[in-house]
Design a protein around this ligand. Structure first.
Ligand code: ADP
Ligand code: MG
Ligand code: MG
Length: 505
């Protein structure tokens, strides 16, 4: 079997690289081979074992609405066998991450750049406007102990690009609520089991992944800079958090390795319980908070009333280190990223020309929809050929973009309104499909399903700066999210994609 898998791997890579440009689904030609390899998936015993494995490895989420937080868990969908990923592109993504960490920090400190990039967005997007107001109010008298970045840059491979190869294309930079680090250890042990039981061990080349540890280390470093052993880390969370076990893994590791305590509160609870103490310390009931970690606060629905915005302002005015600060969160907007992709922008912030070149090589085409001749041209292009693009508003968390004919419909709706400037247009990236074996989440687990899938690689980055001293700047592990080819959106949280590991080739 092991031999057959190797043949499959070779054929797949050949398909990817040499036949890439011919048509979108040539990878399907290796289908019969793949089926032969994976006959075992039909065995109900296998499904029982794999399903149990996800539960026992903590690859779970809160199941349904309205039940107590800790009471019910269902599984999250996973790829049973790791998906192939080209080593050179994986390495490139990891290599440029410290550059992106510094870029995020530098842009967040450039009032001029943030202001001019977001100027037109602020006119119609009230969510971004309120966040910007908080940033403006606190920026001059900023007391935050450290700048703390827990980032994730996401990429897809483009196999129809000009370079003819398998170019890495950045889909977006996330600066707020980057998730699923917590599942890395469980996923590792899941794939190790599959490998040893069904694929004779050395078949998969899954790289080490320390994203959970690295995230926790970054929090501990920022916490340490605060110099108060009693201080806690505050997790700002949604009213109802389906992805709570992912967050719990971070909380548990913070205690296990550093004896740091965590609190979980919604923004409205923060409003009721928090105040600024002596020297503008953030005090929740009677506990001082050294660090605030936002796993909510990126969506308008997290701010149902003015109270939640007041809580955000209170946090922003304090001495706590924030992941992210309002400035980091603004840097993470789609609009700022579109501006950074335009010629000459990167050079303003990154001095090493070699690094600029490497970073830029990952960019996909992005277009402003301003009311300028170029903006008008972008609108026309999108109306003519909507399949070439993705239309994005200034939102996070999945489920907000427009694809295919919806690009045309939405564009027609906004083209003559000022609202259009709050969107950006991006070239659509087409990753090479490969066959995936999906263990779908409860309650759909009946049998494993195999279908063509595409992947999105995420590289985490951690960054801590105190004053002018950069205390930490590193690539901090990775994640792979994989989805059926026909699905437009991504994201584990919205149920569009599934957890996966890269197997490097
Ligand atoms: P969000 O901040 O909501 O995650 P993204 O820009 O990451 O927004 O878009 C969500 C998903 O849409 C991505 O995970 C990816 O699957 C898909 N997507 C976004 N941009 C592109 C693109 N340029 N080409 C192909 N798919 C894209
Ligand atoms: Mg995304
Ligand atoms: Mg995002």
């Amino acid at each position: 079997r092991s031999k057959r898998i190797n043949v499959w791997r070779q054929v797949m890579v050949k398909t990817w690289i040499e036949e890439a440009s011919r048509n979108n689904c040539s990878a399907l030609r290796v289908l019969p081979l793949y089926y032969a390899m994976t006959e075992w998936y039909r065995d109900p015993e296998t499904v029982r074992v794999l399903y149990g494995l996800t539960v026992s490895n903590g690859i779970v989420k809160k199941l349904s609405s309205g039940v107590a937080e800790s009471s019910v868990a269902g599984t999250i969908g996973v790829l049973v066998t790791p998906s192939l990923y080209p080593l050179d592109q994986f390495t490139l993504a990891r290599d440029v991450q410290p550059g992106f960490n510094s870029l995020i920090d530098s842009v967040s400190r450039s009032h001029e750049f943030l202001t001019s990039a977001l100027e037109n967005v602020l006119e119609t997007d009230s969510f971004t406007r309120r966040l910007f107001e908080i940033y403006k109010k606190t920026r001059q008298d900023n007391q935050q102990t450290c700048s703390l970045g827990i980032h994730r840059c996401d990429y897809m491979l483009d196999w129809r690009g000009d370079d003819g190869g398998m170019g890495l294309r950045q889909i977006e930079i996330n600066t707020v609520a980057c998730s699923i680090q917590g599942f890395a250890p469980g996923l590792k042990s899941f794939h190790e089991y599959v490998s040893s039981r069904y694929a004779e061990n050395e078949t998969f080349n899954v790289p080490q992944n320390l994203c959970l540890e690295a995230t926790v280390d970054a929090f501990a470093i920022a916490w340490n800079e605060f110099k108060n052993e009693e201080a806690a880390i505050l997790f700002v969370v949604e009213e109802e958090t389906f992805n709570m076990y992912d967050q719990l893994a971070i909380e548990v590791d913070l205690w296990k390795r550093y004896s740091i305590k965590c609190l979980r509160r919604t923004l409205s609870q923060v409003h009721g319980e928090a105040r600024l103490g002596p020297g503008r310390q953030l005090i929740l009931l009677d506990i001082v908070c050294a660090v605030v970690y936002f796993r909510a606060g990126y969506s308008p629905s997290d701010y149902p009333t003015d109270k939640e915005w007041e809580a955000r302002l209170l946090i922003e005015s304090s001495t706590a280190s924030l992941s992210p600060s309002a400035a980091y969160q603004l840097m993470g907007t789609k609009k700022v990223q579109q501006c950074l992709a335009s010629p000459g922008a990167l050079e303003q912030f990154v001095s090493d020309p070699k690094l600029v070149k490497k970073m830029r090589s990952t960019f996909a085409g992005q277009y402003a929809l301003d009311k300028t001749p170029e903006g008008d041209r972008a609108v026309e292009l999108a109306l003519q050929d909507p399949d070439r693009f993705v239309l994005k508003p200034q939102r996070e968390g999945g489920g907000n973009n427009y694809y295919g004919n919806d690009v045309r419909v939405k564009m027609e709706e906004i083209r003559d309104t000022p609202e259009r400037e709050a969107y950006i247009l991006m070239d659509r990236v087409h990753p090479p499909p490969q066959m995936g074996l999906i263990l779908r989440p409860h309650p759909r687990v009946l049998e494993l399903e195999r279908e063509p899938v595409i992947s999105e690689l995420g590289i985490y980055g951690t960054y801590v700066r105190r004053g002018e001293k950069v205390v930490l700047n590193t690539a901090a592990g990775h994640c792979l999210r994989t989805k059926p080819v026909a699905v437009n959106e991504g994201g584990i949280g919205v149920g569009a994609s599934y957890l996966d590991s890269p197997s490097l080739v």
